[in-house]
Design a protein around this ligand. Structure first.
Ligand code: G4P
Length: 524
């Protein structure tokens, strides 16, 4: 590895912000971009969300609904670091894309609304991050509002998420009484002054100084000292190893909208997270100093520009250096590909990227070459990065073409979109009916839109009550009795899968057949 490569690598931080809708992810992202000077004024990210931003070449469905269906990538430079924020859709109707995006990042920031605590979508996304063992930092937002008690929020993080917490900053009051936060590492108070810039004052956590009483209401100082003592004595010890393996989350308090606590949070973030690490592959670990370029496709986005019907494969760079025009191998097919057209993303602008390093996300024009999970490699070696995890669908729909004459287009679209990973597909054994599985309602809508736009096929959906899929061994099929409530279908590769109508049916089945092993994913 050259010195240049080493420098580029160690300065990279690639992360996602996970949260429940309305917790403040967009606002925080905006403030982070401002820190990096990427956007001139706050509001750019927000405006995009409300549909005012000129995103004319994004999918029509995004515009119609004023939401970001796709996960875009924002890059900025801050304090000698190249920062990549990989955005995840901020809507409740999220999809497998959201989950897969988390396989392309090295850490995550969990934004929690301090007035609400942990919400459903945060929990789902958290579980995926946890599975990957990546650092997760927590930003408790909206301290300018009356919210829940900080200790109660920490307890909830520990109990609901099953992760240790360590408050790096500690709030002094909240809502109208919010006065600032105390940084336990820096031993400084950031004083909240509404629209005015924060002031930082020293405080050792015990000794009251004149400066302290000048900025902080003396009436609250004794309880602040008590609380700091309490979290010191009763709270978890800080451990950077635990942060790095994702078993302890450093917690920060602030107000994204007031841009309070954001900068100190992000400075700590850069220190507490690691640059890109080595990844597992079919040839064992590919060390981060592996000299040749390698990366994997974690997302394919079609129709970025409907006029050209183009598709973009999003690649996470894992090793070496990407250079535009280089030739890589796609081990799945053995094909050699010249990477002539590549893009990088800055908020929602795109520009051609000439070079990229581990941690970066690049977009490659795709004319049907790539599939989700594909590895691409420079330098002649042949290996594949570990397969992306499959996420068990929770929603199912029967689907067919409205016009039976279109069945060829229907089959073609179905095969291509399913291969791309847009939805999961099952067939019923005798009639061969198509059943789609998804983790979010939006996946069906995007699928329907794309079948129409790209293959000219109108779809007809029949809703299904089923809410879970379980794989079973082929040998077990003959020992069980199935019906419409525990329905036997096959996945794309002909493996038997049971779709259960609800948790009760699933429980009854497991009670009846205790020896039949049910798996949420196909285990081979
Ligand atoms: P999201 O991307 O996680 O969905 O959340 P977003 O940033 O869009 O924020 C959701 C709402 O919460 C917005 O209000 C936003 O202004 C508000 N918000 C974000 N951070 C803070 C904060 O620190 N304090 C307070 N009090 N509010 C915050 P909205 O009414 O939905 O939109 P807008 O009309 O304010 O733009």
């Amino acid at each position: 590895m050259t010195n240049e490569q080493k420098h580029e690598l160690t300065s990279r931080r690639t992360f996602a912000i996970i949260s429940h809708p309305d917790a403040g992810k967009t606002t925080l992202t905006e403030k982070l971009l401002l820190l990096g000077g990427t956007i001139r004024s706050a509001g750019t990210v927000k405006a995009k969300k409300s549909g005012k931003y000129a995103t004319s070449d994004w999918m029509e469905i995004e515009k119609q609904r004023g939401i970001s269906v796709t996960s875009s990538v924002m890059q900025f430079f801050y304090r000698d670091h190249h920062v990549n924020i990989v955005d995840t859709p901020g809507h409740q109707d999220f999809s497998e894309d959201t989950y897969r995006t988390l396989t392309a990042v090295d850490s995550a920031v969990m934004v929690i609304d301090g007035t609400k605590g942990i919400e459903a979508q945060t929990l789902k996304l958290f579980k995926v991050c946890r599975m990957r063992g990546i650092p997760i930092l927590t930003f408790i937002n909206k301290l300018d509002r009356e919210g829940r008690e900080p200790l109660e929020l920490l307890q909830e993080i520990e109990e609901v998420l099953g992760i240790e917490s360590y408050p790096v900053t500690w709030p002094i009051g909240m809502g109208k009484r919010f006065q600032g936060t105390y940084d336990r590492f820096e031993k400084k108070i950031e004083v909240y002054r509404g629209n005015e810039e924060s002031v930082f004052i020293d405080f050792d956590g015990e000794n009251v100084t004149e400066e302290l009483t000048k900025y902080i209401d003396p009436a609250v100082i004794p309880s602040l000292i008590d609380e700091l003592m309490l979290i010191d004595e009763a709270g978890n010890d800080f451990s950077i190893e635990k942060v790095k393996n994702g078993t302890l989350t450093p917690v920060f308090f602030g107000s994204a909208i007031a841009n309070f606590g954001v900068q100190s949070f992000f400075n700590s973030f850069l220190n507490l997270t690691s640059p890109p690490q080595s990844r597992m592959s079919s040839n064992g670990e590919i060390p981060i100093d592996y000299p040749h370029f390698s990366g994997f496709v974690f997302k394919i986005q079609a129709n970025m520009n409907p006029a050209h019907r183009d598709r973009i494969a999003f690649v996470r760079v894992c090793s070496g250096k990407f250079e535009r025009g280089m030739t890589v191998t796609l081990p799945r097919t053995g094909r050699k590909i010249k990477l002539g057209q590549s893009q990088q993303f800055l908020a929602s602008d795109r520009e051609t990227v000439e070079e990229a390093y581990p941690g970066d996300i690049i977009g490659l024009y795709d004319s049907g070459t790539y599939q989700i999970g594909d590895t691409i490699i420079g330098g002649g070696a042949m290996f594949q990065f570990e397969a992306l995890p499959k996420f068990p669908p929770e929603l199912f729909r029967k689907v067919r073409a409205k016009n039976a004459m279109k069945h060829k287009h229907f089959d073609k679209g179905m095969t291509q979109l399913v291969q791309e990973g847009a939805v999961q597909l099952y067939r019923t054994p005798f009639f061969g009916d198509y059943i789609l599985g998804a983790v979010g309602e939006l996946q069906f809508q995007v699928f329907e839109y794309r079948m129409k736009a790209e293959y000219g096929v109108d779809l007809e959906f029949t809703s299904m009550q089923h809410n879970s899929a379980r794989w079973i061994a082929k040998d077990d099929v003959k020992h069980i009795k199935t019906d419409s409530r525990a329905m036997l279908v096959e996945d794309l590769d002909g493996n038997p899968v049971l779709l259960f109508e609800n948790d009760f049916v699933l429980r009854t089945f497991t009670d009846k057949y205790p020896d039949v092993k049910l798996s949420t994913i196909f285990e081979g």
